[in-house]
Ligand binder design. Structure first.
Ligand code: JJW
Length: 438
C-alpha cells in the first residue's frame, strides 16, 4: 500500500464516550447525562459518568498514541464543560482540561484535531428546545468562536459537527439517541439548525484568520439498489437523499435536494434568507465517517426498505463492505469536489476478550487492513484523500449500546481502567512503522 508522506494517520474519540468525570470542575449536565439515566434508553443502564476516566488518565492515553506512532488525534470538546448552561461565562476549569490535553499532544509530536460538537448538548439548551430552536445555532457560534480564540492554531484541524444526521434523526426523528424525541418532520428542523450552526461557526472561524483548517464530519453510507429495476434504483436514490444528499447538497451546492418534496415542505418553515450562504461557506476539508453500506429495494408503495446484510457483519450487525468506502469517496469527489477529504472515522466492534493479558482481534485487524487498502486505491485514482482516523483509540461508551460494543484498538477494563493494546493496535503500530515518512 502506498500513501503520500504527508498523509495523516490518526485515532478518534469523543468527549462523552471516554472522559468520565461527569460532575467535576464545574461541568454542566448534557443531554446524554439525562438520556442515559432515562430507563430503557441505554443497554444495561450504562452512563458516561466514569467511562474511560480519560479526564484523569489523558497523559497515559496520549503516551499510548505516541507508542502507536499516530500523527494526529481527533477528540471532541464537551460544550457543557466550557459553558455549563450552554451560554454565558466560560468555565475556566473545563477549558483548562483541553489546554492540558493539547499541550500534552503537541509535546508528544501528535497533532490535535478537535470536534466542537459530538452530541453532548448542554441540557440547559435542550430545556429551551435544543436543536429544534434557531437560537441554539447562535449559542453554538458563540461557543465555537470562544474555542477558536482560546485554542486557535494549536488545534490543526477544527471539525464543527460530528454526524449531524445522527444528531438530528436519531435524536429528534426516531428517539434512539439523546434527547430521545421522535417526530419525523421536526427532525428536519433540527438538521437545518445544525447545518446553520456549522455555517455560523465557519463564519466566526474565518474572521480570525487562523492558519489551521476547518471542516465538518458527515456519516455517509452508499445506498446500492437491490436490482437494476427502475423501482429499486429510485428506492436507492431516495435512501441516498435521506442519508447523504440532505447534508451534502446544502453544504456544497447551497440548497436541499429538489427531488424530495415532503422533506422540503417539512423544513420550509425554519429556513430564513441568507441561511444557505452561511451553510455553503467554503470549508477546508470534508470529514467522512464510513462503517458500512446499505442495499435497498422498493417497498412497492413508493418507499424503500433495506435488505439484510449481504456478507459478514461486525458486532453492530453492520456488513463489512470495504468496497463501499471506495465507491462512496469516488462519488463524493465527483459530485461535490474538488475538496480535500478525510476519513474521520472507520473501524469495527467485535466482542473482545482478554487472554493471558492479550486481546486477539484478527477480525478488527482484517477490517482495518481492508479499508486502508481501499484508501490507497482512492489515492491512486486521484481522489484527494488526506488522512484516516481509526475509530476508536479506546473501547468506550457506544451510545445506546453502553459499554457492550468495543470499537477500540486499545482494550479498556472498565472495572480497573487498565488499558491493553489489542493485536489490531499492534498491527496499526507496525503498519505505521513500515510507512516511508518524511
Ligand atoms: C445508526 C439506530 C434505525 C459512532 C443508528 C444507530 C436505529 C434507522 C458509531 N459514530 O461511536 C447509526 N456510530 O461516536 C460516531 N455510527 O441507528 C462515534 N453510526 O435507527 C461512534 C447508531 C449509528 C451509529 C453509531
Amino acid at each position: 500500500m502506498n500513501f503520500p508522506k504527508d498523509f495523516k494517520w490518526g485515532t478518534a474519540t469523543a468527549s462523552y464516550q471516554i472522559e468520565g468525570a461527569a460532575h467535576e470542575d464545574g461541568r454542566g449536565e448534557s443531554i446524554w447525562d439525562r438520556f442515559s439515566r432515562t430507563p430503557g434508553k441505554v443497554l444495561n443502564g450504562h452512563t458516561g459518568d466514569v467511562a474511560c476516566n480519560h479526564y484523569h488518565l489523558y497523559k497515559e492515553d496520549v503516551a499510548i498514541m505516541k507508542e502507536l506512532g499516530v500523527d494526529s488525534y481527533r477528540f471532541s470538546i464537551a460544550w457543557p464543560r466550557i459553558y455549563p448552561n450552554g451560554t454565558g461565562q466560560i468555565n475556566r476549569k473545563g477549558l483548562d482540561f483541553y489546554k492540558r490535553l493539547v499541550e500534552e499532544l503537541l509535546e508528544s509530536g501528535i497533532e490535535p484535531a478537535a470536534t466542537l460538537y459530538h452530541w453532548d448538548l448542554p441540557q440547559a439548551l435542550e430545556d429551551k428546545g435544543g436543536w429544534l430552536k434557531r437560537d441554539t445555532a447562535r449559542y453554538f457560534q458563540d461557543y465555537a468562536a470562544a474555542m477558536f480564540k482560546e485554542l486557535g492554531d494549536t488545534v490543526k484541524q477544527w471539525i464543527t459537527l460530528n454526524e449531524p444526521w445522527c444528531s438530528a434523526f436519531l435524536g429528534y426523528g426516531n428517539g434512539v439517541h439523546a434527547p430521545g424525541k421522535s417526530d419525523f418532520n421536526s427532525h428536519l428542523h433540527a438538521a437545518h439548525h445544525l447545518l446553520l450552526a456549522h455555517g455560523l461557526a465557519l463564519q466566526a472561524y474565518r474572521e480570525l484568520n487562523l492558519k489551521s483548517e476547518v471542516g465538518i464530519t458527515l456519516n455517509l453510507a452508499p445506498q446500492y439498489p437491490a436490482s437494476d429495476s427502475a423501482q429499486d434504483q429510485a428506492a436507492a436514490r431516495k435512501a441516498d437523499g435521506f442519508q447523504n444528499r440532505w447534508y451534502l447538497d446544502p453544504l456544497f451546492r447551497g440548497f436541499y435536494p429538489q427531488d424530495m418534496p415532503e422533506f422540503l415542505a417539512a423544513v420550509a418553515p425554519v429556513i430564513q434568507p441568507g441561511d444557505f450562504d452561511l451553510i455553503s461557506g467554503a470549508v477546508d476539508f470534508l470529514g467522512i465517517n464510513y462503517y458500512s453500506r446499505s442495499v435497498v429495494r422498493s417497498d412497492g408503495q413508493g418507499g424503500y426498505e433495506a435488505l439484510p446484510p449481504q456478507g459478514p457483519v461486525t458486532h453492530m450487525g453492520w456488513e463489512v463492505y470495504p468496497q463501499g468506502l471506495y465507491d462512496l469517496l469516488v462519488r463524493v469527489h465527483e459530485d461535490y469536489g474538488p475538496i480535500p477529504l478525510y476519513i474521520t472515522e472507520n473501524g469495527a466492534a467485535y466482542p473482545d476478550q482478554v487472554e493471558q493479558g492479550r486481546v486477539h482481534d484478527p477480525e478488527r485487524t482484517a477490517y482495518l487492513q481492508q479499508h486502508f487498502a481501499q484508501a490507497a486505491k482512492l489515492i491512486e485514482a486521484g481522489v484527494p484523500l488526506k488522512g484516516f482516523y481509526v475509530w476508536s483509540l479506546l473501547d468506550n461508551f457506544e451510545w445506546a449500546f453502553g459499554y457492550e460494543r468495543r470499537f477500540g484498538i486499545v482494550y479498556v477494563d472498565f472495572e480497573t481502567q487498565e488499558r491493553i493494546i489489542k493485536d489490531s493496535g499492534r498491527w496499526y503500530q507496525s503498519f505505521l512503522k513500515g510507512l516511508a515518512r518524511g
